[in-house]
Unconditional design. Sequence first.
Length: 66
Amino acid sequence: MPDLRTLSEWMVRTARLMIGIPDYQTYLEHRLTCHPDGPVMTYEEFFRERQDARYAVGKGRFRGCC
């Protein structure tokens, strides 16, 4: 059975993903594991890139949330 801290971390990750906040720590782990020689975005760059992708910014349309 997972400890309380692990359970809490997973609950926070799940809640953030449910409301559309991407998980920077997961991104970092993926980059360092799968692309160790590639560049790594700062949190601000990562957040902006994910936000733009979510709302289709830069593709000639703004989808918005509704």
